[in-house]
Design a protein. Structure first.
Length: 367
């Protein structure tokens, strides 16, 4: 079996790599990992840093020499030139986990976000369509936009989603392109959609995540602030926060690629109430001078403090659409038939995973 996985140094991609190696080690011949050069670190060293990390799974640690023999590191510059590294090998699975996560709503950011997500996906698929058996696309559970209600796995008939940002729109557009192009080329397409990624629930240490994003950035904002100014946080009483542990999502992906499932949301069946979640996060980082409101707060309405103004001009600008979203329920019956969702207290989990991040000073892994 030959697999190509993009995004192997990323939050989800690194865990998918570990899960693929653990669950499919005997059947994997080669796992190709395209990686960008960094200023002082080459692609091969970056991958070695991932698999030899203290946060790698026990299986990877115990079998590191054999693991490295199966890995073929590819300079990302050569990704659109498969002949340079594939030879005559056919890819059983192309897993596209890399993505440009930018939650900006600025019209000026739209072109770059669509280029990085939609156009890049088109380029990859068109380049590899004669080299692959199956294409697996890692999207987002929020690609449906802010539609509320019960969400099923099939997003095909969602025509004009009320997207919260260009990122959601670009991911949904990528899904639609792949389903159409895959049908035309007779290549099976599988779309897998994790929700917001949180710290690990199975692995040691619990609550580890390689990059702190979304609700972690909210926590980091208040953790790093020396201001004690009052702030009003806009959210709605019934809005929820759907978080799924990264290692659970990765295990599902590694298991499900060999099935005929075409679309699957990898989400928690229950959401954490946004107000309870925010209050818990702020308690962990030691910020107490806040209140909730359902009112819109911006330049035209005025700000109650400098801290409030700074919040709504930075992190709050990107998170506001999620903190005021319509409530969702998720049909997880298919997901749980593959791997049962871990049973834990959602608010406690949120508290513990933020506490872990705080203890690490919200430092991302430099892979």
């Amino acid at each position: 079996m030959n697999i190509l996985l993009t995004g192997a140094t990323g939050t989800l991609g690194s865990r998918v790599l570990f899960s693929l190696l653990e669950l499919r080690f005997q059947s994997i011949d080669n796992i190709y990992l395209p990686v960008r050069k960094k200023t002082s670190v080459g692609p091969e060293q970056r991958i070695k840093n991932v698999v030899s990390s203290e946060f790698a799974t026990d299986f990877v640690k115990k079998n590191l020499p054999e693991v490295l023999k199966k890995i073929v590191t590819v300079d990302a510059e050569e990704l659109l030139n498969p002949a340079s590294f594939l030879g005559n090998n056919k890819l059983d699975y192309f897993i596209h986990s890399a993505g440009y996560v930018n939650l900006s709503t600025d019209p000026a950011a739209k072109e770059e976000i669509f280029n990085q997500n939609l156009q890049f996906t088109k380029d990859i698929f068109n380049t590899y369509c004669s080299h692959i058996v199956k294409f697996v696309y890692i999207s987002t559970a929020f690609a449906a936009g802010n539609i509320g209600g019960l969400l099923h796995n099939d997003y095909t008939n969602i025509k004009n989603g009320n997207y919260r940002n260009h990122y959601e729109a670009s991911k949904h557009a990528s899904e639609k392109f792949l389903l159409k192009a895959g049908k035309a080329k007779n290549i099976p397409i599988q779309i897998l959609r994790p929700s917001v990624l949180g710290g690990n629930i199975y692995g040691s240490p619990n609550y580890f995540i390689s990059k702190y994003m979304v609700f972690y950035l909210f926590a980091k904002f208040f953790h790093n602030s020396s201001s004690k100014d009052a702030i009003r946080i806009t959210t709605k009483t019934d809005t929820g926060l759907n978080i799924i542990p990264t290692d659970y999502a990765a295990q599902v992906i590694a298991m499900v690629i060999s099935t005929e499932i075409q679309q699957l949301n990898i989400v928690n069946s229950k959401e954490t109430n946004m107000k309870k979640g925010i209050a818990k996060i702020l308690k962990v980082v030691g910020f107490s001078n806040f209140s909730f409101t359902e009112d819109q707060i911006n330049t035209s309405t005025g700000f109650a403090s400098k801290l409030e103004e700074f919040y709504y001009e930075t992190i709050g600008l990107h998170l506001h659409p999620y903190m005021t979203s319509k409530p969702n329920e998720w049909d997880t019956s298919l997901l749980e038939s593959i791997l049962p969702i871990p049973n834990y207290n959602l608010v406690d989990y949120l508290s513990e995973t933020v506490a872990f991040a705080k203890a690490k000073n919200f430092r991302n892994q430099k892979w």
